[in-house]
Design a protein around this ligand. Structure first.
Ligand SMILES: Cc1cc2nc3c(=O)[nH]c(=O)nc-3n(C[C@H](O)[C@H](O)[C@H](O)COP(=O)(O)O)c2cc1C
Length: 187
């Protein structure tokens, strides 16, 4: 099975989660990892499973103006935040809205967000999930949220949780692929 992890990240937390998900997936699948601004259409076309994630900004997926706001945070020395080199450009919302976007037959969505009740934080993961379902991809697992502190650092254990989640996605997607293949053979 081929998996592709696609992420967006301003300060590096979502990238770190995406890398841990990639490592988990790699226990059962061939995996590529790509920032949404560095995506190779050909890789996307060959994936059986896409795992797509981004940061939560203003209760949902990022927009150009929230990404600009994030850039200004990195210029405030008291915040100790560094801008990701691949951050400038588009976000997951722009990618999923783009008619040229190729989606894999299966997907799972994730987001990073503040460690507050989800009614207050918003749920970008659910928005990504909805966008990919609307594009005709099949969800292999419920969307997942990974938490950052109010200083924008990943909470302890989130990388371990992301790795375990990635592994569980690979198992689930492989199972679905086998079922589909068997159905095709029998049909
Ligand atoms: C402009 C802006 C708006 C944000 N709005 C929210 C929000 O509504 N809910 C939330 O949980 N986190 C919010 N955050 C915190 C981000 O979710 C957090 O910075 C992000 O998960 C870090 O991921 P990254 O390091 O990959 O950019 C916001 C951050 C920025 C910069």
């Amino acid at each position: 099975m081929k998996a592709l992890v696609i992420y967006e990240s301003m300060f590096g937390n979502t990238r770190a989660i995406a890398e841990a998900v990639r490592d988990g997936l790699a226990t059962h699948a061939t995996v590529d990892l790509a920032n949404v601004n560095q995506l190779d259409m050909e890789d996307a076309g060959h994936a059986d499973l896409m795992v797509v994630g981004g940061p939560t900004h203003v209760h949902g997926m990022t927009r150009a103006r929230t990404r600009e706001e994030a850039v200004t945070w990195t210029t405030d020395p008291s915040k100790h935040l560094t801008l990701e080199p691949d951050a400038p450009g588009r976000g997951i919302r722009d990618w999923s809205d783009d008619p040229m976007t190729v989606v894999a037959p299966m997907f799972a969505a994730f987001a990073t967000r503040a460690d507050v009740p989800i009614l207050l934080s918003g749920n970008a993961a659910a928005q990504i999930d909805r966008a990919l379902r609307h594009r005709g991809s099949r969800r292999v697992a419920e969307s997942e949220n990974f938490l950052v502190t109010k200083e924008n650092r990943l909470q302890d254990d989130e990388l371990d949780r992301a790795r375990a989640w990635g592994e569980s996605l690979a198992v689930q997607a492989s199972r679905l692929l086998t079922t589909v293949d068997r159905g095709a053979d029998e049909g």
